[in-house]
Design a protein around this ligand. Sequence first.
Ligand SMILES: [Fe+2]
Ligand SMILES: [Fe+2]
Length: 186
Amino acid sequence: MVQLKKNPEKSQTSKEVVRLLERGHADTLQKISQLEKALLNLRFEGKPSLGKNLRQAEEVLDFLRNQLMKHIRIEEKVIFPFLSAHIPKLESVIHLLEGEHDEFRKNVEDFCFELEAVSKAKAGLGFGRTLERAQETGTYLVYLLRNHIRAEHQSVYKVIHSELRPDEKKELARRITECKTHGGSK
Ligand SMILES: [Fe+2]
Ligand SMILES: [Fe+2]
């Protein structure tokens, strides 16, 4: 009897989708660890290291405003609609995740405004309160993003692995790549 080998196309397709989907999360997790560290340093290292720690936080903010927003757009424009159409039971969880995206957008902009205020208030009055506000929003963002990524892995991304057919995974991978190349910045 002929021994059937594992279908190489199936595992290749699955790997390709997983790679495309998870790269964005890995980068975000790394950046929010950097933000967490910068926020701690802002609190404990004081004014002598203010410039350095602000720059660290601003670098993460730049990532969140660009790369994270692109990732979110791909989820909202490609991944979520595709999954809603193929696996209708996911609709309520997708709705929840989209609500969290709105919360990021708002908090990322608040954080941007507050970091600018810290930068301007450097030696002036109200510096302590301004810094505290930026730390609160930054810490909340770290919390929100970690939870969101965990929730996506346990729900939508898990379902992609287990419930989409190989041809569906391939089509999803194609659409993600297309959006990354042509539509991610729209
Ligand atoms: Fe998301
Ligand atoms: Fe995501």
